[in-house]
Design a protein around this ligand. Structure first.
Ligand code: DWN
Length: 405
């Protein structure tokens, strides 16, 4: 029996997606034979409420010098992180010599605003290639995984931190106790940790099972984060739902008793109770809905193949690796995936080996249908792709339900 990574109680999987490759492991044909697979299974801990992977993948296999995801590929996300930086500077930076640290700082999409404002900052990013992009922009970055040991080094060299940030990173870290212990030591007495990740409540409501893959080890709720924070003398002082990455939650955490606790925390906890996030039965029902969603998507794709329609994927997302491998979407159903990220182009998608092509290919000859793997960017993408629809192209989406638009 697996032990919960947060409270050490026993947990069992509520769903298995089968053998899964590395979500961002886009590869060349000479690598097909050595492709790495693991069992993608998810469990719920009824003691601390943390939803988590049963088997985790060595972080070095996922985050390295050829990491394929650059945060700055979405304009809308750029605006989102600018707003976050503005909020932090307005509400939490009180001194001109304030120190801001961000983990998983990627290509510097957020930290650049602090650097441009001349603030003392430090990015911590383990993937060398994306860290280099940030450094080239003049953003102070160390290429490492954050843990309690690194926190002690930063403390000794640079002192305590006013604001500690992490967007779409906390749920990627297996040893969250080391991270929280490090943050507790690093944070000034009135400092704040602000982080955001895909929200479990949205995954359950939207059946967005493609948020589940190797990099996402945990699926957070306010309840599970409150438990974790409490283990380290910290508390959740505010929460704010975010309309990005398919529904995220922003958590504000401080030393216990240091800051006022917003009523939004109790409000969100009550909503989670209503949704049943604390109950095993909720996840049993989720498994059933995921299976129905898979069957319904495959029915549409098989029907389109019978009609000899050309279907292309839009966005070679990490999420698409779960969908294609779990559902069995092979190149005879989806001819290619269009993606704007140069490092993914010319390669093949993990596991099912669908060719990943440049966006120019998509534009040059539109497919009949575009399967929107980057559904979390639907607003931005659909606004840019009016011409695709004018030329008769149709979108196939599967979150929150399977439908043709
Ligand atoms: O947590 C994570 C999230 C935040 O980002 C990671 N573990 C990795 C990554 O997940 P993802 O790959 O599912 O993220 P996105 O943002 O959904 O990926 C979008 C993909 O689509 C990128 O490869 C870029 C591409 N794209 C495109 O081709 N045209 C994106 C947009 C907006 C476009 O117009």
């Amino acid at each position: 029996m697996k032990k919960c990574m947060i409270c050490k109680e026993s947990i069992a999987p509520f769903i298995s997606f089968g053998q899964m490759p590395i979500a961002n492991g886009f590869l060349n044909p000479d690598q097909f034979d050595d492709e790495y697979f693991y069992q993608l299974q998810v469990g719920f801990c009824s003691n601390c409420s943390m939803v988590q992977l049963i088997e985790t993948v060595d972080p070095a296999k996922m985050f390295h010098k050829e990491y394929a995801f650059f945060s700055s590929t979405s304009t809308r996300m750029g605006v989102h992180f600018k707003h976050l930086a503005d909020l932090v500077m307005k509400d939490y930076i009180k001194e001109p010599d304030a120190f801001v640290v961000e983990i998983g700082s990627n290509d510097g999409i957020t930290l650049q605003h602090f650097a441009n404002a001349g603030l003392n900052h430090l990015g911590i990013e383990p993937s060398q290639n994306v860290a280099q992009v940030a450094m080239d922009k003049g953003i102070q970055t160390v290429c490492e995984f954050f843990d309690e040991r690194l926190a002690m080094e930063i403390l000794a060299e640079k002192g305590q931190v006013d604001v500690f940030l992490g967007t779409n990173v906390m749920c990627h870290i297996p040893d969250l106790h080391s991270v929280f212990a490090g943050i507790r030591r690093l944070l000034k007495p009135e400092g704040v940790l602000i982080f955001e990740d895909p929200y479990l409540g949205d995954i359950v409501k939207k059946i967005s099972y493609d948020q589940i893959y190797d990099e996402h080890i945990f699926y957070f709720s306010v309840k599970s984060i409150a438990y974790l924070a409490d283990c380290h003398g910290l508390e959740v002082v505010d929460v704010k739902p975010q309309d990005v990455h398919g529904g995220s939650m922003r958590y504000f955490i401080a030393h216990k008793g240091a800051l006022n606790v917003s009523s939004a925390v109790a409000g969100q906890l009550a909503e989670e109770e209503e949704l049943g996030l604390h109950l095993h039965g909720t996840y049993e029902r989720l498994r059933h809905k995921i299976q129905l969603s898979r069957d319904s998507l495959m029915d549409v794709l098989h029907d389109l193949r019978r009609q000899k329609k050309c279907v292309a994927g839009y966005g070679a997302t990490s999420k698409s690796t779960t969908v294609t491998n779990y559902c069995g979407i092979t190149p005879d159903l989806v001819e290619y995936i269009s993606d704007t990220t140069p490092i993914k182009q010319g390669k093949f998608s993990p596991g099912v080996h669908i060719p990943v092509c440049s966006y120019q290919k998509f534009k040059k000859k539109y497919p009949d249908y575009a399967l929107l793997f980057a559904w979390n960017h639907a607003k931005e993408i659909m606004a840019n792709e009016n011409n695709f629809c004018r030329c008769g192209g149709k979108w196939l989406v599967y979150v929150p339900g399977v439908k043709v638009i």
